[in-house]
Design a protein around this ligand. Structure first.
Ligand code: BLA
Length: 521
């Protein structure tokens, strides 16, 4: 794997970003041995920020350096397990400078102390940095209530971006949601009126390497203060406790990957704040804030952002779990409606297809087709009947898993002979209704590219290996290439729903046959 800073666009997926070996210059990092609390590694900017030479700091016990820092650290050693970073405030050095700090313990022992000088807020943010505790508490209480009452992910995401922008003052705040393949989409945005909107934009999974995603599960809030600020290297380069590079996974001050920094510069973004949205241990999405000049948020405000992201994550789980529970209910309702309609209209097939929304909406499909007793019925957007028969023949040949629906998000890629179906049926989800005749119900999804929004010309080719050209536009081109000929993938929930509907239909068909037989007798 490429070392930090050595990655290019062909191998950046594996860059060791947690071994950055450097911090952003707005804070100083000290590694302390335990139990002596001796300073064994420092960032090169410590001299300037802490007011004493690096030579003086290295190998010195923290207790000799003045201020109350050593008491604060020892207090946290006693009261917290420090497997996650814990905030502290302290004074350091002979001149008693004040700092916001964070402390955590390394897996192999040793403490990492990060210190940010108090009152280093930029001129444009004083009102935020000095929020009175009761004002902050009031803002948080109102936000928590608003998040808790959001009935859908869309409404929640809108509340999140509005609250976060108001609280932090960044020029743009978005919620970025991942699909099952890890590609992302901007689903909510609050922005300065002079900025162009990014709402609805898509990005390929490769924009955020797997290693970074894993890191963001551990370290939930990241701040980049100034994309152009020179980083401060750690001294010595290797941590003497282990003779290896310092694992910076949990560091607040970690320098970010140069590839990502270039991406941001190309977008014109100077500062970012990002918080993870996590659902059942997986990265569900990100809250991402951009600023077009340097921006620093005090750790108290970052803690507030952390809390809000945590509450939003919990609410997302609740909303999505509720949606899953609704699936069973929907199947039962559909079944009921079909039974009723069959008795009044005589034929369940027409009952099923009379109201397209009933059939399409629960599966987020753009079309549906029923093959039954040689007939073909369609709803929504669907290919021609000969094309559908070709699709049927292909689906019948696919290996079927017992009582599981057949799902494919890229029919034209799986079988080039069906390429002409791509616009309306890139995706197919099929349930078999009979074991002895080719009766199927299928849901269709059009190609993703047919239904997306993007400002500019998505067809413009621009995928090359030059990091200087990394940008959302290039990302979009890359994403377009990846998803060309594919539909939004079918989720497990949707598979379960289709299966439920299939089972219900088979029941109804059996009943109808039984009734017919009775009448015939
Ligand atoms: C990280 N890339 C990221 C992050 C985002 C994006 C949100 C997380 C940053 C954080 O949490 O602080 C992508 N940012 C976007 C996108 C938008 C945005 C899409 O604002 C759109 C508006 N990046 C690439 C490519 C590579 C790459 C091609 O585009 C490598 C081949 C690498 N992205 C990359 C790396 C990181 C990253 C290495 C980790 C940065 C770090 O935490 O050090």
């Amino acid at each position: 794997a490429p070392a930090f800073g050595q990655a290019n666009l062909t191998n950046c997926e594996r860059e060791l970003i947690h071994l950055a070996g450097a911090v952003q210059p707005h804070g100083a990092l000290l590694v302390l041995s335990e139990p002596e609390l001796r300073i064994v590694q420092v960032s090169g900017n410590a001299a300037r920020l802490l007011g004493c030479d690096v030579e003086v700091l290295l190998q010195r016990p923290l207790a000799q350096l003045g201020g109350d820092v050593v008491e604060r650290v020892m207090q946290l050693q006693r009261s917290a397990d420090l497997r996650e970073a814990v905030a502290l405030q302290c004074r350091f050095g002979r001149d008693d400078r004040r700092f916001d700090g964070a402390l955590h313990r390394l897996a192999g022992g040793g403490l990492v102390l990060e210190l940010e000088p108090f009152g280093m807020a930029r001129d444009d943010t004083p009102e935020l940095q000095d929020l009175a505790p009761d004002v902050l508490a009031g803002t948080l209480a109102a936000a928590l209530q608003r998040f808790g009452a959001a009935p859908s992910v869309g409404i929640l995401a809108d509340a999140v971006v509005q609250v976060l922008r108001e609280l932090t003052g960044y020029d743009r705040v978005v919620v970025y949601k991942f699909d099952p393949d890890g590609h992302g989409q901007v689903i909510a945005e609050a922005r300065h009126p002079r900025l162009e909107s990014l709402l609805g934009h898509h990005y390929p999974s490769s924009d955020i390497p797997q290693r970074a995603r894993a890191l963001y599960l551990l370290n939930r809030v990241r701040m980049l203060v100034d994309v152009n600020a020179p980083q401060a290297l750690l001294l010595p380069e290797l941590l003497p406790l282990t003779e290896a590079p310092l694992d910076m996974s949990l560091c607040q001050l970690r320098s970010m990957s140069p590839i990502h920094l270039q991406y941001l510069r190309n977008m014109g973004v100077t500062a970012t704040l990002t918080a993870s949205l996590v659902r059942e241990g997986q990265l569900w999405g990100l809250i991402a804030a951009h600023h077009y000049s340097p921006r620093y948020l005090r750790s108290t405000l970052r803690a507030a952002v952390d809390l809000l992201a945590e509450v939003a994550s919990t609410r997302i789980s609740a909303i999505e779990n509720y949606a899953h529970a609704q699936v069973a209910l929907m199947v039962r309702r559909l079944e009921q409606r079909l039974v009723e309609a069959t008795s009044t209209e005589g034929d369940w097939r027409y009952a099923l297809f009379r109201n397209p929304r009933t059939l399409l909406q629960p599966l987020d499909a753009t079309g549906a087709v029923l093959f039954c007793e040689g007939e073909v019925l369609t709803s929504g957007e669907a290919p021609s009947t000969p094309e559908l028969r070709a699709l049927l023949a292909w689906v019948e040949q696919q290996p079927q898993r017992d009582d599981m629906p057949f799902a494919c998000a890229s029919v034209g890629k799986a079988n080039p002979a069906l390429d002409s179906l791509t616009p309306t049926a890139s995706g197919v989800l099929a349930v078999r209704l009979s074991t002895n005749s080719p009766d199927w119900l299928m849901w269709l999804r059009k190609e993703q590219l047919q239904s997306i929004t993007w400002a500019g010309d998505p067809a413009k080719p621009m995928v090359n290996d030059n990091p200087l050209e990394l940008s959302p536009r290039r990302s979009f081109a890359a994403w377009s290439e990846i998803v060309r000929g594919t539909a939004v993938p079918w989720s497990n929930t949707e598979l379960a729903l289709a299966r439920g509907i299939g089972v219900a239909l088979v029941d109804i068909i059996v009943q109808v046959h039984a009734v017919r037989l009775l009448i015939a007798e």
